[in-house]
Design a protein around this ligand. Sequence first.
Ligand code: CA
Length: 174
Amino acid sequence: PVKNTLPRRFVLPAVIQAEDFDFNYGFQLEDCSDTGGGKNTGFANNGDYLDYNISIPQEGEYIIRFRVASLYSNGSISIRLGDLSGTFTTIQSVNITGTGGWQTWTTQSHTITLPAGNYTLRFYSLSGEYNINWFEIALPADVNEVPGLRNFRIYPNPSEGYFYVEAEFHHNTT
Ligand code: CA
């Protein structure tokens, strides 16, 4: 038997437990009261960071959702990508809005543009305190978010395996 000692790499889209980091500088773990939460990261100090190995199959726009809890609204995270040479680039900074308690959980979403490739995803804490249970990086596939979508129909419904999708788009030229 050969044991795979390589670090785990998450292929996007993915839901990633905060505690499944590849490297943690400064955060502490605690029991999480959220449904299926396992552990959450907490006790953030400025300059703490969490690293996750990710693989981004396609360049483009994604939705990043943080499952967070915080008594305050002072949390700010710099989202960075590190390449194989260890050089990190800031992609975006996001703020964490207070949820009313350290174990009061809400999902907070942001749109993010990511390049294709294998990277170290780093959440670098700029300020404040916040707890993270998990985060998700998803494709922006929600039908409701398609710009200019006027009519949308799926039939037959219910379907026995095959179904048709009809959509009408409005092209806004202004
Ligand atoms: Ca968790």
